[in-house]
Design a protein around this ligand. Structure first.
Ligand SMILES: C[S@@+](CC[C@H](N)C(=O)[O-])C[C@H]1O[C@@H](n2cnc3c(N)ncnc32)[C@H](O)[C@@H]1O
Length: 223
């Protein structure tokens, strides 16, 4: 797995020593059939060539599994640094016998460096770590540099869907994306409730969904 984002700042904390035997077995045995090493060599990983959704930071992956089961007409790739979550999702894919969902174990800021232009028709970032303290804001995943990295990887009209239960982060994300005329605000589509979201709702947090379409291609490359 790529250990450190190319920015040199981690947007996550790796919690060690909490792998179950099942998650460890899944990491050992299922990364080959259901994982992808590198987005650059991903073509052919899926049985059917269809629109591709990227989920960044899927946590334990139950909501990603639910989404991929509900939408067989799409392919999904999930990127996560947390090994127990990757193992948990791999087991779920095996049990459900799915072929439209693949997993990458790594830091998305490194993983995306190899992604070909115009790869994704949806990019989902559900409940990115909020990094509440001001001194930690530099660790937040979503900032202008990250949005600028995502932009060329998205096809025309691609959806960017971000959800958070931390209102100050929602405001910052809104202001950040407002700086990109290539993103036009749109209504949120259906998405499953996530594990982190349930925790936030229990704590009385208000959930904000921010959705955008990638518009106004002018780079001369046909989709
Ligand atoms: C707050 S959790 C939310 C998990 C899940 N989306 C949910 O809503 O239940 C954020 C997740 O993002 C992952 N993450 C943070 N930075 C990441 C990065 N640079 N690359 C990949 N995953 C990352 C963390 O490991 C964590 O699992």
């Amino acid at each position: 797995m790529s250990q450190l984002g190319h920015r040199g700042i981690r947007s996550y904390v790796l919690r060690q020593g909490r792998m179950t035997n099942g998650q460890r077995r899944a990491m050992d045995e299922l990364l080959v059939p259901h994982g992808i090493d590198d987005l650059a060599t991903m073509k052919g990983a899926f049985q059917v060539d269809q629109p591709l959704t990227l989920e960044i930071g899927f946590g334990m992956g139950d909501s990603l599994l639910e989404m991929a089961s509900a939408l067989p007409e799409r392919n999904f790739v999930g990127v996560e640094v947390h090994a127990p979550g990757v193992g948990h999702l791999l087991s779920g894919i095996e049990k459900a016998d799915m072929d439209n969902l693949k997993v990458i174990h790594g830091d998305v800021t490194t993983v995306l460096c190899n992604a070909p232009a115009r790869t994704f028709s949806e990019v989902l970032i559900f409940f990115p770590d909020p990094w509440h303290k001001k001194k930690h804001h530099k660790r937040r995943l979503i900032n202008s540099d990250f949005v600028a990295e995502l932009l060329p990887l998205m096809v025309d009209q691609a959806l960017l869907h971000v959800a958070t239960d931390w209102e100050p982060y929602a405001e910052t994300i809104f202001e950040t994306i407002a700086g990109f005329p290539e993103f036009s605000r749109c209504e949120p589509p259906w998405r499953p409730e996530t594990k982190y979201e349930c925790r936030g709702v229990r704590l009385g947090h208000r959930v904000t969904d921010l959705c955008y379409r990638r518009v106004g291609f002018d780079d001369g490359v046909a989709d």
